[in-house]
Design a protein around this ligand. Structure first.
Ligand code: MG
Ligand code: MG
Length: 283
């Protein structure tokens, strides 16, 4: 049986520069929200910060109106994994964790990233889970960079690196049915990027690809349920969950983490493109 042809949009270096500008808007919105997170703050307060930051930069919040989504961020607290709708009634409490996902369109190009933030004092086990998810995301990005550099990399090398890092990190559930994606002139493009799987499969990793890498892991089962609002995805067993994400692009001389203020330099070192330092503010 023939596989359906993937429609992968390859970007020129100039287009990737535009995606970088969009990525930095998302990074700034997330930075401001991270600073604002505290007990007593509502998820609607965070949404207002995101929207103001994005519009101030002359960009558009990509989530707002996306298939009818009503806000500029997804704010997923505790057992909520992704796609939760911000609300004035949802007030953060000491010990919560919140995953904030944010996207912006600037000059027609998208950025998409997510962070998990602790509210007050949290259980060290939750801090550890967040750090494993971040490590897994960076391992996936590094795998993409190495794969593109060798000319032999394939898409599921990323998936494998994410899964492998999570498995080494502990007994976590890797959320099933959600994953990363191509990104460019739309937020969600081909290919879908699974967070688990065997390496060496799927399309070749080549310069010009831009991908969002986004591990979602839980303290328990990988199974999910959707709430009656038609958006919020929660763990079926009620266990805590985290979600982190970066948008990255492959260039001929390395990777560029478009939604990281330092372009990924601190985590990836020499794998990062030489193009990156000139236009990037200090972290
Ligand atoms: Mg996202
Ligand atoms: Mg995404």
């Amino acid at each position: 049986m023939r596989r359906p042809q993937l429609d992968i949009q390859l970007k020129t270096p100039d287009q990737i520069e535009k995606m970088r500008a969009a990525g930095l808007v998302v990074a700034e919105a997330l930075r401001r929200m991270r600073e604002a997170v505290a007990p007593g703050v509502s998820t609607a307060d965070l949404d207002a910060i995101a929207e103001a930051t994005i519009r101030e930069a002359g960009a558009v919040p990509s989530f707002k109106g996306y298939h009818g989504f009503p806000a500029s961020i997804c704010s997923s607290v505790n057992e909520q994994i992704v796609h939760a709708i911000p609300s004035a009634a949802q007030v953060l409490r000491d010990g919560d964790i919140i995953s904030i996902d944010c996207g912006a369109i600037l000059d027609g190009w998208h950025g998409d990233a997510a962070i998990t933030v602790e509210v007050g004092e949290v259980d060290p086990a939750l801090r550890r889970m967040t750090s494993v998810a971040e490590d897994a995301m960076w391992a996936g990005i590094a795998a993409a960079a190495r794969g593109a550099a060798s000319g032999r990399g394939r898409l599921t090398d990323i998936s494998h690196a994410v899964e492998d890092t999570v498995r080494r990190g502990g007994r976590y559930g890797i959320v099933d049915g959600y994953g990363g994606h191509g990104i460019g002139t739309e937020m969600h493009q081909d290919p879908h990027v699974l967070n688990h799987g065997r390496p060496g499969k799927g399309p070749r990793l080549v310069p010009g690809m831009a991908l969002a890498i986004e591990p979602m892991i839980t303290m328990g089962s990988p199974r999910t349920a959707e709430l009656a609002d038609g958006w919020t995805v929660v763990t079926r067993d009620g266990s805590m969950a985290v979600h982190v994400e970066h948008t990255m692009a492959l260039l001929p001389d390395g990777v560029w983490v478009l939604t990281a203020p330092d372009g990924g330099r601190a985590r990836l070192g020499e794998l990062v493109t030489a193009r990156q330092p000139a236009d990037s503010p200090a972290v």
